[in-house]
Design a protein around this ligand. Structure first.
Ligand SMILES: NC(=O)C1=CN([C@@H]2O[C@H](COP(=O)(O)OP(=O)(O)OC[C@H]3O[C@@H](n4cnc5c(N)ncnc54)[C@H](OP(=O)(O)O)[C@@H]3O)[C@@H](O)[C@H]2O)C=CC1
Ligand SMILES: O=C1O[C@H](COP(=O)(O)O)[C@@H](O)[C@H](O)[C@H]1O
Length: 502
């Protein structure tokens, strides 16, 4: 069923408006959309939380992280803040929600709206999701108009808790009204996956077990859990980024061609491929926990006072995965993620099979790299004759690096901007559907139970600022990935050294 975009007179309510996410992401994203003319200047934005905040304090807080402001558009900051107001209220009593409802009704009446459009954003800890959702339904819902509710992860902690949450929300809001955010689905390169795969015949044709040797999705962060250790200790890297963000990327990368670009057609295909994933084998994993950096300047995970001294919390994981369908049977897939590593980078690496032997010796595999962040890029390592008098091949690349290809002035929305815009337009494609969520927990819960059991594995230590556990390299080699340390690949290659390569 197609959903109509919201119009000019919409109320956007951000619950948890005093919090971290609201300050760092939600309000800056709303401002970014307004700055770019993607939100009308006739909407109303209400921040709601329990904290006592004056209007001025609230506005100062939410504008602290606004981006993209320059001399020519700085007036937009005040214009946007004039649309915003703060309402103080509790989450567990009707009073505040009734007050909120009165404010929305007044705005709708003053604007001559007969079909109210209300977008509620829950930037709240999961402990209050259901309480707030119930009060919205009871006291701030509109039966004559349309409501959209954005919820943030975590959507449960395992299969059971996720189902419980879903069971509580389902009677209150339909699947059509719910927008479950996974902010990776709002990232430019992740949105580009369906375009790259399905609008290029050369990729489309080779995207299968006959041509692909190995797939890797890798998430690296150059910082640890400093200060957030207490929160992270019950979560671990698998729940934090793998069951959600990286699995979303992997399903988009491996699903079959959707029948159309329609959101439900895309989500149908994601669900289908998820059903073909093999169980995650507990003996096909590599787990790590970071220790002090080699120079001693960065703390180890266990040095955080908020972490249990004997915690086996996993800050690095590499998981071997399999998809049992005609396209992917036998292709090794590795999903890996880690904190406190040498660099911050998220990318997909697809290595193609070797060409037939005979003509060339030691020819390297083609490798397609899709860098999600930082500095989005898609490049394919190809073999090409070294130019000039040489008659041997060398690796170079077909390179689409966004920063060199697209003008810096060109606006690429940040993930939250993109997703709030999608919700405004009624486009569910980049949000997580209930059956997808259920399947993702089904896949990951047995593995999590194994890791977190009393006799669960002890993670391998790795120093803060390193490449991760020592056993990573053999693990990747065992999963079909070739390293070419001694190869000819350099980037950018401007003056090829042809000595001895004639
Ligand atoms: N922060 C981030 O970068 C990200 C956060 N998220 C998710 O977004 C949601 C919000 O995150 P974040 O903003 O960091 O959370 P906060 O801890 O900052 O909480 C948001 C607001 O909720 C209220 N609150 C906090 N604790 C409680 C509680 N125990 N009971 C009732 N109300 C409480 C507080 O407002 P007041 O007391 O004024 O009502 C607080 O300002 C969470 O689900 C989180 O997992 C997802 C991705 C990134
Ligand atoms: O959801 C989360 O994601 C961030 C990484 O997001 P990114 O957009 O900065 O790549 C991660 O740091 C955090 O631990 C996790 O909860």
């Amino acid at each position: 069923m197609s959903v109509e975009p919201f119009g000019k007179h919409v109320t956007i309510v951000v619950f948890g408006a005093s919090g971290d996410l609201a300050k760092k992401k939600t309000f800056p994203a709303l401002f970014g959309l307004f700055r770019e003319g993607e939100l009308p200047s006739t909407i109303k934005v209400i921040g709601y939380a329990r904290s006592e905040l004056s209007d001025a304090d609230f506005k100062e807080r939410i504008s602290a992280n606004f981006k993209g402001v320059n001399d020519s558009n700085k007036h937009k900051v005040d214009e946007f803040l004039n649309l915003c107001s703060y309402t103080q209220g509790q989450y567990d009593s009707a009073e505040g929600f009734k007050k909120l409802n009165e404010e929305m009704e007044k705005y709708e009446k003053d604007s001559g709206v007969d079909k109210p459009e209300r977008l509620f954003y829950l930037a709240l800890p999961p402990s209050v999701f259901v309480t707030v959702a119930s009060h919205i339904k009871e006291n701030a819902y509109t039966k004559t108009g349309e409501v959209r509710l954005i919820v943030e992860k975590p959507f449960g902690n395992d299969l059971e808790s996720s189902r419980k949450l879903q069971k509580s929300l389902a009677p209150l809001f339909t699947e059509e009204e719910l927008y479950r955010i996974d902010h990776y689905l709002g990232k430019e390169m992740v949105k580009n996956l369906v375009f790259l795969r399905f609008s290029n015949e050369f990729l489309n044709a080779s995207w299968n077990k006959n041509h692909i040797k190995s797939i890797q999705i890798s998430f690296k962060e150059a910082f640890g859990t400093e200060g957030r250790g207490g929160y992270f200790d019950d979560i671990g890297i698998v729940r934090d980024v793998m069951q959600n963000h990286l699995l979303q990327v992997l399903t988009l990368l491996t699903m079959e061609r959707p029948v159309s670009i329609d959101p439900e057609a895309i989500r149908d295909e994601k669900v289908k491929v998820l059903k073909a994933f093999g169980e995650l084998e507990t003996d096909d994993i590599l787990l790590g926990q970071y220790t002090k950096s080699e120079d001693g300047t960065k703390p180890g995970y266990l040095d955080d006072d908020t972490v249990k001294g004997d915690s086996k919390c996993v800050t690095y994981a590499a998981l071997g995965m399999q998809i049992h369908n005609e396209r992917w049977e036998g292709v090794p897939i590795v999903m890996r993620a880690g904190k406190a590593l040498k660099e911050s980078k998220v990318e997909i690496r697809i290595q193609f099979k070797e060409v037939a032997k005979g003509m060339f010796n030691d020819i390297q595999r083609n490798e397609l790299v899709m860098r999600i962040q930082p500095n989005e890029a898609v490049y394919m390592k190809i073999n090409s004759k070294i130019p000039g008098i040489s008659a041997v091949p060398s690796v170079t690349d077909l390179d689409l690096t966004y920063s060199s290809r697209y003008s810096k002035e060109f606006w690429i929305p940040e993930a939250y901007e993109s997703l709030i815009r999608d919700c405004y337009l009624g486009n569910h494609a980049n949000f997580v559907r209930d059956d997808e969520l259920d399947l993702s927990w089904k896949l990951f819960t047995p593995l999590l139970q194994h890791i977190e059991s009393k006799d669960g594995p002890t993670p391998e230590p790795y120093p803060y600022g390193s490449n991760g556990p020592k056993n990573l390299r053999p693990f990747l080699s065992d999963h079909g990935y070739n390293f070419y340390d001694e190869g000819t690949y350099e980037w950018p290659l401007t003056t090829p050294n042809v000595k001895g390569k004639m």
